[in-house]
Design a protein around this ligand. Sequence first.
Ligand code: IVH
Length: 675
Amino acid sequence: MTVKDRIDNLRAELHRHNYNYYVLNAPVITDKVFDEMMHELQDLERKHPEYYDENSPTMRVGSDLNKEFAKITHRYPMLSLGNTYSVGEVSDWYERTRQWLNESFEVCAELKYDGTSISIIYENGKLTRAVTRGDGVQGDDVTDNVKTIRSIPLVLHGNDYPALFEMRGEILMSWEVFDQLNQERKEQEESLFANPRNAASGSLKLQNSSMVAARKLQACFYYMLGEELPSDDHYANVRKARQWGIPISPFIIADEAHETLCKCNSVEQIFDFINYWERERIVLPVPIDGIVLKVNSLKQQRNLGSTAKSPRWAIAYKFNAEQASTRLNSVSYQVGRTGVITPVANLEPVQLAGTVVKRATLNNEDFIEALDLHIGDHVYIEKGGEIIPKIVGVDTDARGMMIGEKVRFITRCPECGSKLIRYEGEAAYYCPNETACPPQIKGKIEHFISRRAMNIDGLGPETVDLFYRLGLIKDTAGLYQLTADNIKNLDRMGEKSADNIIKGIAASRNVPFERVLFALGIRFVGETVAKKLAKSFANIDDLANATPEQLTAVDEIGEKIAQSITTYFANPQNRNLIEQLKQVGIPFARQQGDRSGYTDRLAGQSIVISGVFARHSRDEYKDLIEKHGGKSVAGISAKTSFVLAGENMGPAKLEKANKLGVRIMSEDDFLSLIS
Ligand code: IVH
């Protein structure tokens, strides 16, 4: 092996190990072996300056040179986003966007990282420049400093990236590093950073890049810019960037539990996402200060355009972070529809953001442990929007002699006494008594009747509670046994409401199969998953008998969801309930109408989608292919039937298709083929 070969080898290996370590969090070699390889490479590079490479992994170590930052003009101005603290304004934005576009659209909901923004440029797969936002038109060239951030690839993976593109993202400091840094600064009697954002931007502007390297900054990217992007779909582009090794928010990328919370088709889904992260952000290792909502299609983004200050196609919802401090009186535990136990703090009433707060959420056992919470503690609470406040810290200095007992998570269900369980890899405790624990039964019925499930008009949580308490219903099937006669004399009911309820219940027999599946309330089977399942399985028996392999073969269904479905159907009580629901006429199969417009014109064909389309989005084309019996696949091979090509099909794909003699079909030809 020549010296050059060895150098190339070491560089490639070290890039790979950096990626395993910093992006995948899954190192395959020890730090010691890594350091040895790094030292060998440094040594060889020192002896052979002719093989200098500005993107060598050794460049991460940083230089000791101090210098002024050069000013660089951004290729695309770095606009900021319009922002709001009000969910009402989020609705307004959504409505405005709908009216402006006058066609269906998807919104990508993402975390709003609270760091300092950065633009990085890749040319031919190499990181060539990193520039701060500056005044939006010009920023500081901080390339050397950014190169010390190990999760940012200096060289991209794969080969299907555009020759030139830009990623926008955020440079961040984790809470842990921030606390450590401030601790050190305190010991050295240096001034403290107010928050991780200031610490991150201060670090990025250090003159000495080896000091930057010591600050252990992180990065997260959330937007791609360029002339030849892989897709005309924002979500698809960031996913692609991740394949090239660029760190992307784990919550932007589909993961089983959060995917449905991410691509939103309604303002309700946006609110779900906002509420979820408003509650859960405390568990994130890095700070976020809100949610960013983006119209997903780049074509629609272009249509919407920008005002002088910010794009119309995006908006930032910022969390309210007003704080107060009060005494923790006791902790109680609520049982949700899925049996999840939520610990709630009962507080000495205190004024916060215009309301009196008496209760706050405590998330889960780990959270309580991390706070080392004791009854009688003085706790800091925070509130944002309409959401129930949460405890964000404990004033340990205020702990006197009178401190009460340490808070210990309960071991039995407060409602039914069952022993609680905690699933591997999850923070929450569950009451496993799904079919007999009262709040779980009521919760399941409430979910079943909700608008997006069976949509039973006239019935709400109070009525369900009343019926349940009176023993009129004991599960969802019981609803269908109700008659106007047996409910019309109940408290505050009357003949008309009773009739409406019965009519509403009767009408629910007409909802499509996918909604029935969602209504069952199977863990992790949200609306999106239910739709995918209904597409792949014609009826409930096929689904109930599906093997884990058949389940995971369905687009976007992973092991966790598959496991949950299998567990659900393994329970005889669930099967029994389905039997009863079948008896009363609930549709547990795809109806004829569900498949209108489907043909088998593309049966047996494997189709690759490439380029940018004018008539439909990529996702729509994917759907169309599936609807007509074809299969949409990612890579071109000899088995590919044809490539559905839009504009700017990637040159590598084009070459491969030509080489293999695979037909290239325009979008118009494709549409006439299936029409
Ligand atoms: S999109 C044109 N997405 O928030 C694209 N920004 O006021 C505009 N930020 O300057 C940015 N997380 O520094 C976007 N997921 C996210 C973000 C995000 C944090 C920051 C960014 C931007 C500011 C908006």
